[in-house]
Design a protein around this ligand. Structure first.
Ligand SMILES: Nc1ncnc2c1ncn2[C@@H]1O[C@H](COP(=O)(O)OP(=O)(O)O)[C@@H](O)[C@H]1O
Ligand SMILES: [Mg+2]
Length: 265
């Protein structure tokens, strides 16, 4: 279990020196469940400092590398700011930290119809990204492990266990039928990882669960994140996400991506 960092635990002068910034202020940010993030306001710019409470140095470097790769590939995401030594990951009080440029806007919350379509489009763009340009991409990590699958037989709620097993069998059959090529997946397209920008488009952050996997699985995770209303699948919201996804996929297949504001950084 991670111990989370509070603003008082952070030496602002040390952060300023690390990144060559002037006097700065720190403001805790909500939303994240896994790490501790702070809005950093300095005279130069506004940033997000993330203390990676759940990471060691090696996994923090992978996260930085993946975030940088996504930014370079043109995904509307946060730019990693390297420290004065040129390193993407710094260490503060023995913990790995990342500094990223602030994306103006607001955490999306309940997405409007237009933003649901935009989220689908963003996912289609991600799935079209060249996986070879993302090094050290984990494979199939958003799936139940063999021990998870075994645990289902021990569930006290037998009705739920049977429902889950038959659902999994149906999914497997669909996957076998589709034999879709694995794509770059985000794995956590929930509202707290989307920022609604003033120009009406979305930015996507938090590449901790990036993987190479089936597009269908990532689309399913996205429906779980964005079309889930009080624990139930909202078909209208799901349709908007899927139609945004299909529109983009068609445009990409035709080799002429839409004149879509979110394609422009
Ligand atoms: N570049 C950014 N611009 C604006 N807000 C951000 C940015 N990065 C993170 N945030 C805010 O910080 C929260 C947590 O960041 P995130 O990278 O998702 O960390 P976690 O791994 O803890 O979920 C987000 O929900 C968002 O509110
Ligand atoms: Mg997050």
């Amino acid at each position: 279990m991670a111990t989370y960092t509070s603003a008082d635990d952070i030496d602002r002068a040390e952060v300023a020196a690390l990144y060559g910034l002037g006097r700065l202020t720190l403001e805790p940010l909500g939303g994240g469940a896994a790490n501790s993030s702070f809005k950093v306001t300095a005279s130069q710019d506004t940033f997000v400092l993330t203390i990676l409470d759940n990471h060691d140095h090696a996994s923090a470097c992978r996260l930085a590398l993946h975030t940088e790769a996504m930014f370079k590939l043109g995904m509307p995401t946060a730019e990693v700011v390297r420290n004065a030594e040129g390193d993407a990951v710094s260490t503060l009080s023995d913990r790995p930290v990342l500094l990223k440029r602030w994306i103006p806007g607001r955490v999306a919350g309940q997405l409007t119809d237009d933003l649901l379509r935009d989220a689908g489009g963003l996912l289609a763009r991600l799935h079209d990204a060249p996986a070879v340009q993302v090094s050290d991409l984990p494979v199939g990590t958003r799936r139940l492990s063999p021990s998870h699958l075994e645990a289902i037989d021990g569930f006290a709620d037998r009705e739920f266990a049977e429902w889950l097993k038959s659902g999994l069998a149906k999914v497997r059959a669909q996957e076998d039928r589709l034999r879709d090529r694995p794509v770059v997946c985000h794995g956590d397209v929930f509202a707290d990882n989307l920022i609604a920008r003033p120009d009406g488009t979305l930015a996507i952050i938090d590449w901790e669960t990036i993987s190479l996997d089936s597009a269908l699985l990532d689309l399913g995770m996205t429906l779980l994140g964005l079309a889930n209303v009080h624990g139930r699948l909202d078909k209208r919201r799901a349709d908007l996400i899927v139609s945004g996804y299909m529109d983009w996929s068609r445009e990409l297949a035709n080799g002429k991506p839409q004149d879509h504001a979110s394609s422009v950084r």
